[in-house]
Write a protein of this length. Structure first.
Length: 131
């Protein structure tokens, strides 16, 4: 088994990373997961959180607000709704997303309300991490 796998992170605005990684910690919608070389294939949605990548070039962290992750034995690809290197992330940049999530949560009902409340809580927690 290889010691590293290909890692790619893209958002609609730009490609943020394309490098070799030993592990990728992913904030999955159903819980965090760690992708490593040899991982079984999986596709998951992302929740707002911090994506952590460790590899020969060191550790890197990215703020992601949602999207998708595709993992297989040779690679991990992340298509993020919005992604920013943690070094460039600003808490104020999350405020419009939090306001939109609050509006959605206030209008939702039933199971949709639960999902909207979770999204809002994740965004608020992420803002605290960045602050």
């Amino acid at each position: 088994m290889a010691d590293t796998m290909q890692f790619d992170l893209v958002s609609p605005e730009r490609r943020l990373a394309s490098l070799q990684a030993a592990e990728v910690q992913i904030p999955g919608a159903d819980g965090d997961l760690v992708a490593m070389p040899g991982h079984m294939p999986v596709v998951t949605t992302l929740r707002p959180g911090v994506l952590k990548v460790a590899g020969p070039e060191g550790a890197q962290e990215y703020l992601v607000t949602g999207g998708f992750a595709e993992v297989n034995a040779e690679s991990t690809s992340i298509l993020a709704e919005k992604a920013t290197p943690m070094a460039e992330a600003k808490a104020d940049d999350l405020d419009p997303l939090i306001e939109a999530a609050q509006a959605t949560a206030s209008e939702a009902e039933g199971a949709a309300r639960d999902m909207a409340d979770k999204q809002l809580a994740d965004l608020q927690a992420l803002r605290e991490v960045v602050a």
